[in-house]
Write a protein that binds this ligand. Sequence first.
Ligand code: PLP
Length: 395
Amino acid sequence: MHFNDYPTRSLMTITNRPELVFTRGEGAWLYDSEGKRYLDFIQGWAVNCLGHSHKTMIHALTTQAQSLINPGPAFYNAPSAQLAGLLTDFSCFQKVFFANSGAEANEGAIKLARKWGRKFKNGAYEIITFNHSFHGRTLATMSASGKPGWDTMYAPQVAGFPKAELNDIASVARCIHDKTVAIMLEPVQGEAGVIGATREFMQQLRALTQKHHLLLIVDEVQTGCGRTGQLFAYQWSDIEPDIMTLGKGIGGGVPLAALLARDEVACFEAGEQGGTYNGNPLMCAVGVAILEHISQADFLAGVRERAAYFSDALLKLSNEYGFAGERGEGLLRALLLGKEIGHEIVEKARELEPAGLLLNAPRPNLIRFMPALNVTKDEIDLMLVMLRKVLDSIV
Ligand code: PLP
């Protein structure tokens, strides 16, 4: 079917979408309604950690759908208990609340920190966040985010999110006063252009929060679940945060997110947090299948090995074209272009024939790569061949 045959005009405009309708996905490839295929290095924005329609996910979805889809959030169900158990076994946290999106998990983290402040810190409620950070699109998470322009878009903002500079501990210390309850950050700022918090900065934050009796919250919606080559990115810096949020990869493509907290921080009381679909067995069964798959030592070692290969190849390409290098953690990487040609590259890559290439430019001067975690070296090589073809037509 042709694009014009679909009633897309009935969809509210929220972003500028290309005139394509995707109808099928398999591994690293997406297919549009006219049969053209696209090598996908976006993967639902770092979501489809096992690629499109992986058999593990299909099996979990179809098996669970046949037994129980929705008993309701006020009852226990087996997959949510099992997934919570796996998450606490693999991390430094003891309690889990499931949500449907990263923003909702972060809202939960903000509420939990405020509740903890009311209970244990004289009503402190301010959470220090960072310039250029991204925590979601609800009002509170937009207010927590440091994305330029978001402070006025839906004014007035939710109060209580002073901003510091990533990797500048003095700027954080300056924001602390008697109303401060927590510091919240992404271990790698993805939307900002793949900018990592250094190991030293993470350790300084842990020391500072301990000194001032504050909570340390890591937003691992993008960096969690194997993306950086560890199950959780905080594990690279040998610290233990108090709260962590997960999203994206935890569901491998289905709406699932989680809020994790240490025992003494998990202070919600009955009736203070919830949601109709939270912890539903259909999504949690997928989460169990994904986590069992990606937590295997050889899977994460494979992510690290292919990440190193990818990083070397991007650096080589950068040198060839006179670009400004590359950066990232694991399979969340950016090619730094040194000039504002990112959007043109994205367009031209998608329009390549006979097969297109799907890339993302969160900033006009860089390209971000978020392939499936099981991407092969051959697929990385093919992506680079396609990218070179685009670059040769531009620079
Ligand atoms: N936090 C981070 C670090 C993200 O990258 C995102 C999404 O890109 C979110 C939160 C919001 O997640 P969601 O879009 O699932 O609400």
